[in-house]
Design a binder for this molecule. Structure first.
Ligand SMILES: [Zn+2]
Length: 409
């Protein structure tokens, strides 16, 4: 295979990698690091310009110009869409170091310093900027693998592998300096692919009979459970397993899910992160199975209405789910749905309890609210929800343990 064929192949890989990348960006499935992309934008533009000045072959130029143009596009998209994400101190230091290295490199080039005499300086400056520009994105992806998708980085690694081959075929080992740039890029792009794959390696994804769900940062509260694929309405998502607790107050915890009167479950992962929503897209059905109430798109947060599984009349929770029609103050099923003619989507046990309430008021002292036929005066929409108190704080204060779950499980 000749060098030019490899060069063209590299350019094709490079461009297709960017097409996938920009598609992911527009779908918001990635959150690129703005600092790195700013450095890529001017760094690759400089490299492309130098290659053009030095009469590089067309495929190599194609790759570098595609890379420069695409980096500028992503950098501009980052500036537009991630404007609120601040560049931290560490990134600012790396950024200024990269800027000075690039200025030094450019100064040497444009002052036409005798290259052979300063080969080592050229080598250090030219490749150090490749490394510095990658540091912020490597760091942010290591910290949060969900920020990137592995596919574009794998494709780009292949592009630079082809470029390494093309360089080797055209210059051989006579000029190892020229090999440094593609090899460094194979390593750095490969590292990015590996870092973004960590979310799978670390088991953040949960799979069960074709069902894929994962934990992610939730806009509702803390971490939530998200759909790894689309679910049809009525489709089973997951079966809840966990430890069942009776009415022993010692076992109560904000993560628990109500199963019935005086009965709770501490769910195993992944459902331990399932958030509440007043407009849920899932509910618990027979055998503690979580079902989709409506079609759920891939990447959408899976939620259920906590009130549909709680029967303890003392149970309350402040809600800031921001869903349309958010009830703000959550109460047990028989209070929350007292004015409904139809039972809310919930487990058969819950539906049975609800129907019992409708048929004959229960005056059991343990469940005084069962007897109520009208909706009791609960938190109204313009009232502030009760102050947040963690279960730990309640335990410390010696207050009667209320099952205030306050958001995330
Ligand atoms: Zn709500």
């Amino acid at each position: 295979m000749s060098g030019s064929v490899l060069g063209i192949l590299a350019a094709i890989f490079q461009i297709s990698g960017y097409l996938f990348y920009i598609r992911n960006f527009l779908k918001r499935s990635i959150r690129p690091n703005a600092a790195s992309y700013l450095m890529f934008a001017y760094g690759t533009s400089l490299v492309a310009f130098l290659a053009w000045q030095n009469g590089a072959v067309l495929p190599e130029l194609l790759l570098l110009f595609a890379c420069a143009a695409m980096s500028i596009i992503v950098a501009l998209l980052c500036l537009r869409k991630n404007a609120t994400e601040p560049v931290d101190r560490f990134e600012a230091i790396i950024f200024s170091a990269d800027l000075w290295l690039t200025i030094g490199f450019a100064a040497m080039v444009f002052a036409q310093v005798e290259k052979s005499a300063y080969a080592a300086v050229f080598l250090i400056l030219g490749n150090a900027t490749t490394l510095t520009s990658f540091i912020p994105i490597l760091r942010s992806t290591w910290r949060d693998p969900r920020r990137e998708q592995p596919l574009p980085w794998i494709i780009w690694s292949l592009a630079y592998l082809c470029l390494t081959g093309a360089t080797l075929l055209s210059t051989g080992f006579d000029q190892p300096v020229l090999l440094m740039y593609p090899i460094a890029n194979v390593v750095l792009h490969g590292a990015m692919a590996f870092f973004s794959l960590r979310k799978t390696l670390a088991g953040r994804y949960f799979g069960d009979g074709g069902s894929f769900i994962y934990h992610d940062t939730s806009p509702i509260a803390g971490e939530g459970v998200f759909a790894g694929r689309a679910f049809a309405a009525g489709e089973k998502i997951w079966t809840m397993t966990g430890t069942v607790y009776g009415n022993s107050r010692t076992g109560q915890d904000p993560d628990f899910v109500g199963l019935g009167p005086g009965l709770w479950m501490d769910p195993d992962p992944p459902l331990n992160k399932l958030n509440h929503s007043c407009a849920p897209n899932a509910c618990f059905g027979p055998k503690r199975q979580l079902f989709a109430l409506r079609p759920i798109a891939k990447g959408e947060e899976i939620t259920f209405d906590y009130s549909t599984s709680e029967v303890d009349p003392q149970w309350t929770m402040a809600c800031e789910c921001r869903a349309k029609g958010c009830r703000r103050g959550l109460h047990a099923i028989q209070i929350s749905f007292a004015d409904r003619d139809e039972p809310p989507p919930a487990s058969p046990l819950m539906q049975l309890l609800w129907r019992t309430r409708r048929a004959e008021p229960i005056t059991d002292s343990a469940f005084p609210q069962f007897g109520q036929t009208t909706r009791p005066a609960v938190t109204t929409s313009n009232e502030k929800p009760p102050a947040r108190r963690s279960p730990e704080a309640l335990r410390r204060s010696g207050a009667a343990p209320s099952r205030n779950r306050m958001g995330a499980r």
